[in-house]
Write a protein that binds this ligand. Structure first.
Ligand code: PLP
Length: 484
């Protein structure tokens, strides 16, 4: 064995998925259950490079959840969170607007056919060339939180529609933003006076309570403050017609926005009742994409450390093919805590209690879990993905996957030490695909160059298959990897 080629998947899966070429790109069409689709995605080689599964159906579900919970609030998806083109196209087809922070983000969204009226340039500190680009693209709505920005806009984009961004911080958030952006509400009237003197076109108020906010009540407080500023703005003669309640909504599997929605809807009813002539928008990022992406990595090296004090008498260090310099930068930048899940090859609970690892599959495991750390592929000691995880004993070649990896991951990934950013494979149900296609032609939002797009499971009961990675990945991969 040379130790490398032998890691290729040797299973004999036959692929009879119909494919066709569309504008030079492969389009896979199949009605098979999702598990078969993913088997074929991995076939015929075990993945030496990390990759993502993007479940477009999950995006559609999140959109449905949003419209059900916050029917009066139009989501303007925050592109910074994940600028994957198929994600943007899917959300555009569903009808979201977009929050962009830069010229490049605005260009990307305009290029897929989104009208400028559905884009907000929501960066309160803007470079001149980016303001001019917004103007050239016809993107009129933007934000400000200080006098200098008003002067800049007056000079470069005098008829821009301006939202004053106020600071209103969640008590607890994964990423606080208030230390950088937002005028304190009590100082906002003074800023509106300056806007009046400069004859700026102030049309509303925005805020962002912090990303990954854990404080539902703050939305109500911020909306009340915005309403107070609406009155002051109207008193100054501004046509106040837009409220932007920002982002901060949770997105991981198992989270819900119903509690936040109750607070927001009640505050809107009180301060901005239906028919009041104010458009209500939000800028959710992680809400839409976090749960739609699963990262699949491979253990390429490991160290076993004798430790008489550790459970089982030893500890493990696993080295995988993506890390904090790659798409797991979320560990550093987004303060994310990621959960490694060894690929479950046969029934049982992979992450707790042992069992569940096919004994024929090469996991030298009898239910014992070991204190383990997981490391990225670079030569930097900082490149640690998680420090203290309980994992079964694993072999080189086995897979570890991470759920909820769609937010603030790939978008900020680099290739330090020459390790590639993971590629993405797409899955969706046939229903999703047909829906998106219909919307696409109805709204003419897409150019017709969809990347490999795999349709799955007509009538597939997704609750039955669960849509977890254990349902998706190839149950026979273990036999391949155990050959190492
Ligand atoms: N809008 C702005 C201005 C932001 O800075 C951010 C995130 O930093 C977002 C929206 C998206 O926030 P979230 O992902 O918490 O919804």
């Amino acid at each position: 064995m040379n130790g490398y080629d032998d890691m290729a998947c040797t299973t004999t899966i036959t692929t009879n998925t119909p494919t066709r070429e569309e504008n030079g790109l492969k389009l896979s069409l199949t009605d098979k259950p999702i598990v078969e689709i993913i088997k074929e995605a991995i076939h015929p080689k075990a993945p030496d490079d990390a990759f993502y599964i993007c479940n477009l159906t999950q995006l559609v579900r999140k959109y449905e959840e949003w419209t059900a919970q916050l029917p009066r609030v139009t989501p303007f998806y925050a592109v910074k969170c994940n600028d994957n083109e198929l994600v943007l196209k899917t959300l555009a087809a569903l009808g979201t607007g977009f929050d962009c922070a830069s010229k490049a983000e605005m260009g990307k969204v305009v290029n897929i056919g989104v009208p400028p009226s559905r884009i907000i340039y929501a960066n309160p500190a803007k470079m001149a060339s980016h303001i001019l680009a917004a103007s050239a693209m016809g993107i009129k709505t933007t934000t400000f939180d200080n006098a200098m920005e008003l002067h800049k806009l007056k000079k470069l984009y005098p008829d821009a529609r301006l939202l004053i961004r106020i600071r209103c911080d969640a008590v607890k958030a994964q990423c606080q933003l208030g230390m950088k952006f937002g005028v304190l509400p009590e100082e906002a009237p003074k800023l509106l006076d300056i806007a009046k003197e400069l004859e700026a076109n102030v049309v509303g108020v925005c805020f962002h309570v912090g990303s990954g906010a854990q404080d539902n009540a703050v939305y109500g407080q911020a909306i009340a403050k915005a309403a107070w500023l609406f009155e002051i703005g109207r008193g100054l003669g501004f046509d106040m017609n837009m409220l932007d309640i920002g982002g901060g909504f949770p997105g991981n599997a198992g989270t819900e926005i119903s509690d936040i929605a109750r607070v927001v809807n009640a505050a809107l009813d009180e301060y901005f009742p239906e028919g009041c002539g104010v458009d209500i928008i939000a800028e959710p990022g992680r809400f839409f994409v976090a749960s739609a992406f699963t990262l699949v990595t491979q253990v390429h090296s490991l160290r076993e450390i004798e430790d008489s004090e550790a459970d089982g008498g030893k500890r493990f260090m696993y080295y995988i093919n993506d890390g904090v310099y790659g798409s797991m930068n979320c560990v550093l930048y987004d303060h994310a805590v990621v959960t490694p899940r060894p690929l479950k090859l046969a029934g049982g609970d992979a992450s707790g209690g042992g069992g569940g690892f096919g004994s024929s599959g090469g996991f030298s495991n009898n239910g014992q879990l070991y204190d383990s750390s997981v490391w990225g592929p670079t030569c930097d000691g900082l490149d640690q993905v998680c420090s203290n995880s309980l994992l079964p004993e694993m072999n080189v070649g086995e897979l570890i996957y991470f759920n909820d990896m769609g937010a603030y991951t790939i978008v900020a990934a680099g290739t330090f030490n020459g390790f590639p950013v993971p590629t993405i494979q797409y899955v969706a149900t046939l229903d999703t695909w047909l829906t998106i296609k219909a919307l696409r032609s109805a709204k003419n939002l897409f150019v017709d160059n969809v990347p490999v797009f795999t349709k799955a499971a007509v009538g597939c009961n997704r609750d039955a298959v669960g849509w977890g990675m254990e349902d998706m990945l190839h149950p026979q991969l273990n036999s391949t990897f155990s050959a190492y």
